[in-house]
Design a protein around this ligand. Structure first.
Ligand code: SF4
Length: 287
């Protein structure tokens, strides 16, 4: 069911945000990344954000290609370093709405250090992490979010490592806003992205997305549609759930919703306070 606001947003085309000259895209048939990107572009319309004030930063990997397809100020950066690039952008121009759009391998493996420190510092940016449970672009290797016992090209007998529970990791690191949806939940995902982009601080959204070609074919989801059926069957909407309960087991339930929404001082707030005090002190000590 849609309301008037939804209908207005529907009528606003997202074509203007896409670099048509870069098409066709490289994503495989049934890949969920395009759906996540589409939600993000609609979310810009929904949030009423001036697109000239948005900067999108991606790292390396299938999801990292998003930066190349978006006709906004966008940066396709080095592997795992999207958050440091985004931090520099935000500090240099606090007026920008900075969005990091990257995959689980990029953000949580090689970039994992930046992810937790970005959250700890509460840097004012939105991080959209498309989680398809493996390194898709490089051939389907196991990654830090591959579920226990899932099969990948480097774990043919099943993953024997414990994966990260991303909402729990981000919550423990101090992120003030944490949500998760699958690419089946297009409407909720769009609304959450719009909300996250208008909140101060390090807002984090995990998007569970299909990767039929590398992860899916080894884990009973050989088509994008199989993944959507799985999400439909196993997703449980639980807004306000404790992030520690949001771990994902192989083909087990997927808890989705908005888990954390709290107000905490951002890095920018704290820096401003330091400058204010330093300025006041300089005035007092001036002869
Ligand atoms: Fe998508 Fe997986 Fe293909 Fe990469 S390898 S484009 S994540 S389906």
């Amino acid at each position: 069911m849609t309301n008037d606001n939804d209908n207005n947003i529907e009528s606003q085309s997202i074509d203007r945000y896409i670099r048509q000259d870069r098409l066709p895209h490289i994503w495989c048939a049934g890949c969920g990344i395009g759906s996540a990107m589409s939600c993000f572009l609609r979310a810009i319309n929904r949030a009423g954000i001036d697109p000239d004030k948005v900067a999108v930063v991606s790292g390396i990997g299938c999801t990292g290609r998003v930066a190349g397809y978006i006709k906004l100020d966008s940066f396709h950066t080095t592997h795992g370093r999207a958050i440091p690039f985004a931090t520099g952008l935000k500090l240099a121009n606090p007026e920008l709405k900075v969005v990091v759009f990257s995959g689980d391998g990029d953000l949580v493996a090689i970039g994992g250090n930046h992810l937790i420190h970005g959250a700890r510092r509460n840097i004012d940016m939105t991080v959209i992490c498309v989680n398809n449970f493996n390194y898709g672009m490089t051939g389907g290797q196991v990654g830090p979010t591959s579920p226990f016992q899932s099969r990948t090209t480097t774990t043919p007998y099943g993953n024997f490592e414990s994966p990260f529970n991303l909402p729990y990791l981000l919550s423990a690191s101090g992120a003030p806003y944490i949500a998760r949806w699958t690419v089946l939940h297009m409407r909720q995902l769009e609304k959450t992205m719009a909300e996250a982009m208008t909140r101060p601080g390090f807002t984090f959204i995990e998007v569970i997305a299909s990767c039929p070609v590398t992860y899916g074919r080894l884990n009973k989801e050989p088509t994008g549609l199989d993944s959507l059926h799985y999400y439909q069957e196993k997703s449980i909407i639980r807004n306000g759930a404790d992030p520690k309960d949001a771990g994902i087991d192989l083909r087990g339930p997927i808890i989705v919703g908005k888990f954390v929404d709290r107000q905490l001082p951002t890095l920018g707030d704290r820096l401003s306070e330091v400058y204010r005090k330093a300025k006041a002190q300089a005035k007092v000590s001036r002869p």
